[in-house]
Design a protein around this ligand. Sequence first.
Ligand code: SF4
Ligand code: SF4
Length: 178
Amino acid sequence: MARYGMVIDTRRCVGCMDCVVACQDREPRARGVQPRLDRVRHEREVPDAAHRDPDERCNQCDDPPCVTCCPTGASHVEEFGALVLVTHEECIGCKACLASCPYDARFIHPEGYADKCTFCVHRLTHGLDPACVAVCPTHCMHFGTSTTQQRGEHVARVAPALRAAAGGGTKPRIFYLT
Ligand code: SF4
Ligand code: SF4
């Protein structure tokens, strides 16, 4: 099964925060929690913010605890790209998935269901890259699909320079080149 993943080259990041502003999965959160946008504006004005890690992306883990803990099946692994997604109508807002995620990637949408980065699945299904990938002026983010085996071989080749997000045990599919 093809699985979407991402490698982020943090060495190319100039801290412009265009990716944060473009984020279409974060937008409901930004509307619900306005201080986040204020923080973005503030960080744009801070010269040494280039290497600050504003990343709240879902890591699209291969072993996602947010799925196994969900009592209703709302959190699930989609056939399309093996994406971890939430069926909004089936979510009862119990927050078990928020507590289980080691990356604090989830939040409660203002309408009451659990939400998070989806790798912009609404764009992927139209053949487009996630919004953050599309707008990055320095092309920090390398996004695509690979089979598990191909991805493992790629990671093994560049392993000395790559790190997965901290948290461990969930097999995240985002890697950082530092
Ligand atoms: Fe689930 Fe968190 Fe992993 Fe995303 S990053 S798949 S929300 S455990
Ligand atoms: Fe499942 Fe929703 Fe509860 Fe998360 S908040 S565990 S998606 S029912």
